[in-house]
Design a protein around this ligand. Structure first.
Ligand code: HEC
Ligand code: HEC
Length: 354
């Protein structure tokens, strides 16, 4: 009897240590009794990444291969310096580390460049959801004044046609097309490549049932992430990317981030006041590696971004230790850069870039 009470006290004392104890356990994988219910709660809100489908069909293989090549192709930009990878960089987890991306002739974009890893899971593309699909996004970026800067599709398509190796490469990727080098197929090939860029992480191993995949601190952070209500918006396989929400549900966001000129968000796209300051809830996969944060890159420090979310979206001041646990959990959403996310060898007969 005495022993039972005694061990009960120890247990509750241990639980009371909360984050400090969890932090001490951070390095050792934990099999705490909480891990199983945590997994059940997590599975109700998130899904592991789908497997990358094995592709055998030669046209699809050729399309993915072409998409990779086009992603790293600078000659489609008006100044010859900008490829997709200029702003979605392999050594920066497919983001660029800048508050706002810089395109042709040093022109600044209106918003921050998100990572494109796992972007195929997003229900819409761009912060304001003004691109319907990966295909739509890739095609229209050819005309972005601060990305590739082309006046029309004919200009970049014309330049691609002057590079001899692209003829057979587009034909192999789009065997049904008589004149396959066009902006639509540019978008389709790049999107096919992007769909292969999934980055499984420790969190996926946990969701697949490996209770030791997350450390004690990461599990404590996941628990907070669910209990505080973060997962109400950041959910699904992307841990976000599934809905539009106002940035600043409780407090105007610029009061917390210090942004000088508030971006009206989706209201500028739909012309509806109901969409003022509404943005796509971003996927939080790889977020630990893609500072600075938010649509305007206004916040550099990760911990601060987490606390700002507490204030603006949930009206809570997240305690330091809880915010640190959430940061630890979000760190477990980072995956490896896929091997194919690298510049391919140039075509043997490719002329020098202009
Ligand atoms: C000059 C920098 C720059 C270049 C070049 C660029 N991007 Fe982006 N990309 C951005 C920025 C900035 C955004 C966010 C735009 C917005 O939301 O208004 C973005 C958004 C995206 C998104 C949406 C991601 C999400 O989570 O919503 C995808 C996908 C994407 N880019 C793919 C590409 C592809 C493919 C190319 C080449 C065809 C490309 N980008 C070229 C800067 C760039
Ligand atoms: C009501 C919906 C909602 C809730 C709840 C919410 N978020 Fe967000 N979150 C968003 C939206 C919308 C954005 C994009 C804001 C913007 O425009 O930059 C965002 C952005 C973020 C970012 C920045 C991502 C990036 O790539 O820049 C982080 C980190 C984040 N949220 C974490 C959290 C955490 C942690 C919680 C819980 C404390 C939380 N969020 C709760 C909607 C929500």
């Amino acid at each position: 009897m005495r022993r039972l009470v005694f061990s009960g006290l120890i247990l509750s004392g241990f639980a009371g240590l909360g984050f400090a104890a969890a932090a001490a356990l951070a390095e050792t994988p934990s099999l705490s009794p909480d891990a199983k219910p945590l997994l059940e709660d997590a599975k109700a809100r998130f899904q592991a990444l789908p497997a990358i489908p094995a592709v055998k069909d030669p046209a699809t293989v050729a399309r993915i291969d072409l998409g990779r090549r086009l992603f790293f192709e600078r000659r489609v930009s008006v100044d010859g310096n900008v490829s997709c990878s200029h702003c979605h960089q392999p050594d920066r987890q497919a983001a660029d580390g800048l508050a706002k991306a810089i395109g042709v002739f040093g022109r600044e974009n209106a918003r921050n460049a998100p990572s494109i890893f796992n972007a195929s899971l997003n229900f819409k593309q761009h912060w304001r959801g003004d691109r319907e699909s990966l295909e739509d996004q890739a095609e229209k970026s050819l005309l972005g004044p601060a990305s590739f800067g082309n006046p029309d599709f004919a200009a970049p398509v014309g330049r691609l046609k002057t590079i001899p190796a692209y003829g057979p490469a587009f034909s192999a990727a789009f065997p049904e097309d008589k004149d396959p080098i066009n902006s639509r197929n540019w978008g389709a090939a790049i999107a096919a490549f992007e769909r292969t860029l999934l980055t499984p992480s420790k969190f996926d191993a946990f969701l697949h049932g490996d209770l030791q995949a997350l450390t004690g601190a990461e599990q404590a952070g996941l628990r907070k992430f669910i209990d505080l209500g973060c997962a109400a918006c950041h959910d699904g396989a992307g841990v976000g990317g599934n809905s539009f929400q106002k940035f600043g549900v409780v407090v105007d966001y610029w009061k917390e981030t210090g942004a000088k000129e508030p971006d009206k968000g989706r209201a500028d796209v739909t012309k509806s006041d109901a969409d003022l300051y509404v943005f796509k809830v971003p996927s939080l996969r790889n977020v630990a590696k893609t500072a600075p944060y938010f649509h305007d890159g206004s916040v550099v420090e990760f911990l601060r971004a987490v606390k700002i979310m507490g204030k603006t979206q949930l009206g809570v001041d997240i305690a330091e230790a809880d915010a640190e646990a959430i940061v630890a959990f979000l760190g477990a959403l980072s995956g490896q850069v896929p091997a194919s996310y690298s510049e391919p060898e140039p075509y043997p007969d490719a002329p020098l870039p202009h």
